[in-house]
Design a protein around this ligand. Sequence first.
Ligand code: PEP
Ligand code: MG
Length: 578
Amino acid sequence: MSFTIHGIGVSGGVAIGHAHLLTHAGLEVPRYEVPAHQAAEESTRFDAAIKQVRAEFDDLRASIPATAPQEIGAFISLHQMILNDSTLSVAPRRIIETENCNAEWALKLQTDALVARFDEVVDGYLRERKADVVQVAERVMKALSGQPGYVPPPLQADSERNLILVAHDLSPADVVQFKQHRFASFITDLGGTTSHTAVVARSLAIPSIVALHRAWQMIREHELVIVDGTQGVVIVDPDERVLAEYQLRQQQFDLERQKLRRLKGRRAVTLDGVEVELQANIELPGDVIEARANGAAGIGLFRSEFLFLNRKDLPSEDEQFEAYRQVAQAMQGRPVVLRTLDVGADKAMDGGDGSHNMPNPAMGLRAIRYCLAEPQIFLTQLRAILRASHYGKVKILLPMLAHVHEIEQTLVLIGTAKQQLDERSLPYDKSVEVGGMIEIPAAALALPIFMRRLNFLSIGTNDLIQYTLAIDRTDDAVAHLYDPLHPAVLTLVANTIQTATRGGLPVAVCGEMAGDLKLTRLLLGLGLRNFSMHPSQLLLIKERILSTRLADVQTMAQRILRTTDPAKTRDLLTELNT
Ligand code: PEP
Ligand code: MG
């Protein structure tokens, strides 16, 4: 039966494919007490789940076409072996008895223990088998929860293109791994518009939707799904008419994107001749290809913390240096703004930045605060960045500044890092620029004291909105309150642009507002001349700039700034964009 689910579209376009349900990230495993006299019954329930998964594997094996690659058979055999091993199929029974807990919880405890053992293994091949153990355990978990089984993800890259990943929740660390794949789309139950998960989703340029609430429970494995990332709508099991309609929309969207390619080499200049700098935000060095393919005039934000995610250890100075150098060289003298480690909150390091234990990680020891508390980690990164500055136009950007002494301490550490490189006779750009992110209201309100110590500013509207409006950017329950047009937000953004420009300090916006087409003219009218966004948005924004006369939008932008009535603000914005 066909049905529709509404969420928040975070990356536009239409995807049509088959659902593949992911279970590992953030899935809540129920835990309840099972009295001793019911333990045998609970174990029987667990055995039944194991039996069901065994049968699923048998069915799967029987359904492999003769022409299928051999790896598929081998993959199923491996999973059967894992399932039949007593560590998975028997050990949880004991846990049910000793812990007086339900089968799901017992399975979770045992899986966690197995995963921890895999993490200690040095051999790369064996360590990679951890993912297989988790997949088999998830299959049993689903059987326990009464959900139908699922087919493993196809092994061939081509078939990934037809997969719609459905997850309860995904961390930014999960999503950044998708960069190695070519999934059609992903959708999640949780998440906010500018959560880092959504931010990375946009950089993947595949339609995606968050805050669907119960999609993971409602959608079945392999079901046909349409994802309209522009409207934030998921259509499950569509009828033929709807399918045809969306196939058409998909073609149109793709065609429009292709047409934009012709703008790649054009300068971003308004109709009245004002040049605008359009730069790219990236997470990993490989993203620089996409940035260049979309004509980025530079990298306005390299979120270096992504090099630190999905691993237990810290990247060494050399490893970081190679990554930064790769980007600096690929940009061939164009600016590359390297943001120092902005870990914490939803970007927690596996190796431990303590986020998990903080009462309120978004306001805890994160970003620059964490770096200053861990000077050795910070110094290592600063040396790597400085070394890369020899190979291009590298600039250093400091996240989450709230206090002037954070800049002062960092400048001392940059001095130390330079001295250490001098002692090793390693070259670096002696006049490397240091800028600061304006993303905490305190910094926006006390701008002049920050300006005196910095070479440039970059407004991080994602956090600025989060902290100004006191709404967690990752929480879908308050996502409707996330409002870039709130008068307080617009005032902070406008004042920062104006004060910096008057003081002769370059200022950019690198938060999601910069890549939001609805806001391009408004930001231009407020005086912004440097926008940094995920690469897939660059040409669309350029097209808008090319069709804008600055003189026309300035007055309207000031009117919007003076308006306190939200309905009027929206009307004026519509007028500005027509
Ligand atoms: C921001 O806060 O706007 C920003 C660009 O940084 P991030 O999204 O990585 O927090
Ligand atoms: Mg930020």
